[in-house]
Design a protein around this ligand. Structure first.
Ligand code: FAD
Length: 422
């Protein structure tokens, strides 16, 4: 039955989380307006590694990291960097990060990541199958490669994934060469995650989903939202001097989400792990994402070439990118590819702000103090992976249905006692 008077929903942020949520809500019968200050998918969702990384069920805050952390921090172009001018600002985040290494927390967060990741690819399949967009998701698995790690240690990593229910197989060099002949023979072993998928153009995926949203009648508004003002009924969305009226609001503003919700009384330790990519115009021959355990980076075959991505930099959302960090990825690709990447043309470099919380979990749920205000941010390294499942959960909440996953672990109340419903 046609709903002639649908409820108005404002979704703030047109990254993968906001776009998937807006499309899912429009499908559910709401009249949705999607806001973004910079256009569609111009933030972190534009240049990620395109890996639907459902195998990544372990939180980043793990004890083993403490051993390698000091060496990493002293290498200015290493995989992890804290800008010393930002160190003081980042210190509360790091303190919480370290506290999350406790075994009980680590195990609980692993379960919470598993719950989202297990359903992540199926949620995309449900979303894209109605629009003939299934070709935008390639399901060929992914490889995690090892050059120097001992077989004993690799088997421990394998066992850890298996005990977390991840489908994975250990490959030797001959098996790797059969699967990916363009990988260097420096790669001795690899774990093959067979259930994993990738996108050959994550930006294009966003644009296609946004197009379906507008075909269904959704509105896109290129404006910066300056504030969300609760009214007796619903909300005013302030964009400078203009305001829009909405019955429900979804905050999906990635690494900038805290700026919108702190004034409403929600104190959340959101920071950004800035990441980088290089696009190489290269005949690489890879057919699936290939990550390196020792080098902490990933190469994904994309429609415009090979994307090499990685790096974690704590320097805040406002500082310009440091191109050296992007270029530092190239020697790693050289080492892993038999032909090397050195002879290829570098077509672009990019930096994006991963929205990260110190427990590696996103915030998904209704605001405890504000009915009909919903949060969908903080997806850290897994925003592409968890876009469609997050959208399903948000749509269920807006429809006042019971979500398919228990949302308690993702509640904002885990950070601010003040924001707990009485
Ligand atoms: C190098 C790199 C590689 C990655 N690889 C992967 C991967 O392979 N797989 C994976 O799952 N994830 C990956 N990620 C992480 C993933 O890209 C992010 O988790 C995801 O893009 C976050 O999506 P988002 O929609 O929350 O944020 P964003 O894409 O950043 O979108 C937020 C949007 O909100 C808008 N906004 C903010 N404030 C306002 C405001 N006040 N008014 C209006 N608009 C506003 C911004 O302009 C922005 O467009 C990677 C990230 C990086 C950096």
């Amino acid at each position: 039955m046609l709903n002639n008077n649908p409820q108005q929903v404002a979704v703030i942020g047109a990254g993968i989380i906001g776009i998937c949520s807006a499309l899912q809500l429009q499908r559910a019968g709401f009249a949705v307006t999607l806001f973004d200050q910079h256009g569609l998918a111009q933030g972190c969702s534009k240049g990620n590694a395109g890996h639907f990384a459902t195998e990544q069920v372990f939180p980043l805050a793990e004890r083993a990291l403490l051993k390698s952390l000091p060496a990493m921090l002293f290498n200015p172009l290493g995989p992890l960097r804290i800008d010393w001018r930002y160190a003081l600002k980042a210190s509360p985040w790091f303190w919480q990060f370290v506290k999350n290494m406790r075994t009980a927390k680590y195990q609980a967060h692993t379960r919470a990541l598993q719950a989202l990741n297990t359903q992540a690819i199926e949620a995309y399949e449900r979303l894209v199958s109605d629009y003939n967009l299934s070709h935008l998701i390639t399901k060929k698995g992914s490889l995690l490669t090892f050059e120097t790690t001992s077989l004993v240690n690799i088997k421990q990593v394998l066992a850890r994934y298996q005990s977390a229910g991840v489908k994975v197989r250990l490959l030797n060099q001959a098996q790797i060469q059969q699967l990916e002949p363009s990988l260097s023979k420096a790669v001795n072993y690899a774990l093959l995650f067979s259930e994993v998928a990738h996108s050959v153009d994550p930006h294009w995926l966003c644009i296609n989903l946004a197009e379906q949203f507008s075909v269904l009648g959704g509105q896109f508004c290129q404006q910066q939202v300056s504030a969300i003002k609760p009214q007796q009924q619903g909300y005013h969305i302030l964009c400078g001097a203009q305001h829009y009226v909405a019955d429900k609001v979804v905050v999906a503003a990635g690494a900038w989400s805290d700026r919108l919700i702190t004034p409403l009384g929600y104190d959340v330790p959101l920071d950004t792990e800035r990441g980088y990519h290089c696009m190489l115009d290269i005949k690489h021959g890879l057919s699936r994402p290939v990550a390196s355990a020792e080098r902490s980076f990933i190469m994904t075959p994309m429609s415009q070439g090979l994307r090499i991505a990685g790096s974690v930099e704590f320097a805040g959302v406002d500082k310009p990118m440091n191109n050296k960090r992007a270029l530092a990825l190239i020697p790693h690709a050289n080492a892993l590819l038999s032909q090397g990447a050195a002879s290829s043309t570098l077509s672009s470099t990019w930096m994006g702000c991963r929205p990260s919380l110190p427990d590696s979990l996103p915030v998904i749920g209704e605001a405890p103090l504000h009915p009909n205000l919903y949060f969908a941010f903080g997806h850290q390294h897994l925003g592409l992976t968890q876009g469609a499942i997050t959208a399903e959960l948000i749509a269920a909440l807006c429809l006042k249905q019971t979500p398919a996953i228990n949302l308690q672990p993702y509640s904002i109340s885990r950070f601010s006692a003040q924001a707990t419903c009485s």
